[in-house]
Design a protein around this ligand. Structure first.
Ligand code: PLP
Ligand code: SF4
Length: 449
């Protein structure tokens, strides 16, 4: 760990000290003190990547999470800073040239747009497939893919305290208006839920809903408490890792705890779906304290992340993450497979390796940690878990099952795909036997709505 910085002492109501917060984007990248001394070539390549894919980090991530003495292997640097390998070499070269030649912003934007179109910005048809329709118009900002759960994307929550380089929702953050999922009106969500009493779970997501001020978040959460069919409210967030002071010493941190308590006291479960990519994110005292404080409100904390090459592609990393979570009373949840979008070639890990990593990590935690599920692909037809690699009637196969499926009939039935050591995503797999065909049929078919 880097040495802990001295924080300016700004006393707050709960006794935690509020460190200074500075956001960094492509615009003020050169002001990051730790980047001084980098060659201009290096900085140029970073800018070129950041012209295409979202880049944002902050002083807490830079000072508390990254070990600047070992950047070559630093998982959090790789998690938040652009690497040249994230673009294909020819794309990188063209972008570097444009920036070096001081091309017009319009020319840079046009090139960026072009590159993005080739990076499968909306995997699993999420803009067309799962968006509910009411009286002929689409409810943007909502996704209803699985019977009991609706995803909601509140407008002011469509940004994060830092962006993950591997982000599967990266297209939301690059300012292309046609590539956005968001809704500013809690009434739209509530109207939909009243029409759909089968929906018990609302998952508020983004971006990161925890970038919203407490009063803004309350505008979205409180109306849900009047809808009896909603039993669980989940909030997907990475603020626990990227800015834990949100829960401790931000001016409205106390109000946030009270909001969480109101949800819990309404008789519902409030689950904070905490995105932790690496145990390093739980090393600072503030990060652990944030989990304790959330739990003290009666909310539960679930831990999940994708498995990413060069960030968390070793079993010891996951075992430590899950053990640390358990120490804090948080619950290991999904180990996801990197999705088929953005700089996936730079970050992806073959499914066969994902499975070995999962198995080794799983075997190193006690039964209470074996709530972890994975590796899981969130693919077009549903959430597919890779349960094993085995041989059946002389054929080497993957054993798979759906944890969630658009077609509930498919859930929790074992099926098989022909083994492929290189495959990294569901669409690269094929049914091993005749019986397995229908588990693959709805994959990638926009008509399967
Ligand atoms: C993962 C996911 C959910 C939640 O699934 P759980 O198994 O209940 O955690 C809901 N909707 C979508 C689109 C998802 O990807
Ligand atoms: S926190 Fe989530 S939405 Fe935000 S950049 Fe990371 S993966 Fe994307």
């Amino acid at each position: 760990m880097p040495p802990r910085q001295a924080w300016p002492a700004v006393p707050t109501t709960n006794g935690h000290r509020q460190p200074a917060y500075q956001a960094y984007t492509a615009r003020n990248l050169h002001q990051i003190p730790q980047l001084r001394g980098r060659s201009s070539e290096d900085l140029l390549a970073m800018r070129a990547v950041a012209a295409v894919l979202p880049f944002r980090t902050n002083s807490y991530v830079v000072e508390q999470l990254i070990d600047w003495d070992d950047l070559e292997h630093d998982p959090i640097y790789r998690l938040t800073f652009p690497s040249p390998g994230m673009l294909r070499p020819d794309d990188l070269e063209r972008m570097v040239k444009l920036i070096r030649d001081d091309a017009s912003p319009a020319a840079i934007a046009a090139e960026a747009h072009d590159i993005r179109r080739r990076l499968n910005p909306h995997p699993s048809g999420q803009l067309v497939l799962n968006v509910p329709e009411v009286e002929g118009h689409l409810l943007g900002g909502l996704q209803h893919k699985y019977h009991e759960t609706v995803l909601f994307f509140p407008g002011p929550g469509q940004i994060c305290h830092a962006f993950c380089t591997y982000c599967f929702r990266w297209a939301q953050f690059v300012g292309e208006p046609d590539l956005k999922l968001s809704c500013n009106d809690p009434g739209v969500l509530c109207g939909y839920l009243r029409e759909h009493p089968e929906v018990t779970d609302v998952l508020v997501t983004g971006g990161d809903p925890m970038v919203m001020r407490t009063d803004v978040l309350a505008r979205f959460l409180e109306p849900l408490l009047a809808i009896g069919s909603v039993r669980t409210i989940r909030i997907g967030t990475k603020a626990v890792a990227y800015w834990p002071h949100r829960f401790l010493s931000d001016p409205d941190a106390d109000a946030l705890s009270r909001l969480f308590e109101r949800v819990v006291h309404s008789g519902r479960q409030l689950a904070i779906m905490a995105h932790y990519s690496h145990p390093r994110e739980l090393a600072p005292d503030a990060a652990r304290e944030a989990v304790r404080r959330i739990r003290a409100t009666g909310a539960s904390v679930y831990v999940q992340a994708p498995l990413i090459r060069g960030i968390n592609d070793r079993p010891d990393i996951w075992a430590e993450l899950w053990r640390t979570a358990l120490d804090l009373g948080a619950i290991p949840y999904y180990m996801l497979v990197e999705r088929d979008t953005g700089p996936r070639e730079y970050f992806e890990v073959p499914l066969a390796d994902c499975w070995s990593i999962f198995r080794a990590a799983y075997s190193r935690v006690s039964g209470l940690g074996r709530t972890a599920r994975g590796p899981v692909m969130s693919a077009t037809p549903g959430k597919v878990a890779v349960d094993g690699i085995t041989e059946i009637a002389g054929t080497k196969v993957f054993l798979l099952h759906y944890i969630q499926a658009r077609d509930p009939e498919l859930v929790n039935r074992p099926f098989f795909a022909t083994f492929d050591a290189e495959a990294t995503w569901f669409d690269q797999l094929s049914p091993a036997f005749d019986n397995d065909r229908h588990f693959f049929e709805s994959a990638g078919e926009p008509s399967a709505r």
